[in-house]
Design a protein around this ligand. Structure first.
Ligand code: 3HC
Length: 315
């Protein structure tokens, strides 16, 4: 059989990427492609699951039954998004258990945004509107990512994200039409979530260590700064529409660029949060660790049942 060398395999792989052929689990792929996908998809999945915690905190505190129903549905959706993404990750040969161990040990990351507390009901509006709004900007692009199972998971997830963003914006609209206290609560949430939402898109392009390869392999379709700019351009008019002030004194429309200019992001804060020193990092990991321990017996029982069923079938 003709010896096919690595260079030829890598060239053939890149040719597939460049001609927009989706990469599927059984296809040959560079080890680095596999590794960076496991890294990104597992962190994405962790983000969905950890993201349930700040919002879950308000399910019992929602102001009325309708808000409670909507928030329950959203948090439930996020759990499902996590499962789609863990399943996509498993097609790359990485186990859920390993991924969970990496999260609990602090080896694996999850989105920085979920390390901020949700202090008031308006925060739930800000999270839905800004956090899911930012996630949508990023995830719509990921519907065209080169790895098949990831792209297909994204298509399903994006269908639910627009409901998440819409319900958050509606909460902010209602509060901004409310009493002075309610308007102040919404503005306070805006002030605390605006900059952390911009950080969700990752470091600036100059500091992004993975972007160059991810763009070459069309895992990413846009750079971090491009998606961040699209989010700002889309969100500022929404804030202005309902009378919220964006907490950025340098924000202004730049006609020549056709975009908003915006102020300097506090990358020290970003680095602090990403390295585990944000307001809620310890609490979030402790909650995941407890859930993992509490659910151990269920996983063991399910595995024992599956083994028994398999043995009965084989006999
Ligand atoms: N939080 C934590 N870590 C972050 C981060 C953030 N907001 N942004 C970047 N990082 C990390 C990266 O993981 C990378 O570290 P690593 O090499 O150890 O993984 C490092 O900072 C440098 O960043 P890069 O730009 O080089 O990393 P990427 O090329 O991976 O780009 C990303 C970062 C844009 C977040 C990309 O990973 C991505 O698109 N991920 C998938 C989308 C995602 O995870 N979104 C998170 C939110 S999910 C969500 O909000 C759910 C919604 O339903 C509420």
């Amino acid at each position: 059989m003709k010896e096919v060398n690595l260079t030829e395999l890598e060239a053939a792989f890149q040719a597939k990427i460049d001609s927009e052929v989706r990469i599927e689990p059984k296809d040959w792929m560079p080890e680095r492609y596999r590794k960076t996908l496991i890294r990104q998809i597992s962190q994405h999945a962790h983000s969905e699951i950890v993201g349930m915690l700040p919002e879950g905190n308000w399910i019992t505190r929602a102001p009325n039954l309708r808000r409670k129903q909507v928030l329950l549905a959203k948090v439930q959706d996020e759990g499902g998004h996590g499962q789609y993404l863990y399943s996509a990750m498993e097609t790359l040969g990485h186990s859920r258990q390993q991924s969970m161990d990496d999260l609990i040990s602090g080896k694996a990351k999850y989105s920085s945004i979920f390390n901020y507390p949700t202090l008031t009901w308006a925060d739930i509006g800000a999270v839905g509107w800004l956090v899911d709004g930012a996630a949508i900007m990023n995830q719509v692009a990921l519907c065209r990512t080169s790895y098949g199972p990831y792209a297909r998971a994204m298509v399903r997830i994006c269908k639910e994200e627009s409901f998440h963003q819409r319900q958050g914006f509606e909460i902010m609209c209602v509060l901004m039409k409310g009493s002075e206290e309610q308007r102040a609560m919404a503005q306070d949430a805006m002030n605390r979530f605006w900059w952390p939402a911009l950080m969700m898109f990752g470091p600036s392009d100059a500091d992004s260590t993975n972007s160059e390869e991810s763009l070459k392999w069309r895992i990413k379709r846009h750079t971090n700064d491009e998606l961040r700019q699209s989010f700002i351009d889309a969100t500022v008019p929404q804030a202005e529409l309902i009378g919220l002030t964006i907490p950025d004194k340098d924000l202004k429309w730049n006609e020549a660029r056709g975009h908003y200019d915006y102020g300097q992001i506090d990358w020290n804060e970003f680095k602090q949060v990403v390295s585990g020193h944000g307001p809620c990092n310890t609490e979030r990991i402790a909650a995941r660790k407890k859930a993992e321990e509490d659910g151990k017996w269920v996983r063991e029982a399910a595995m024992a049942y599956a083994e028994k069923k398999k043995a009965r079938k084989a006999s």
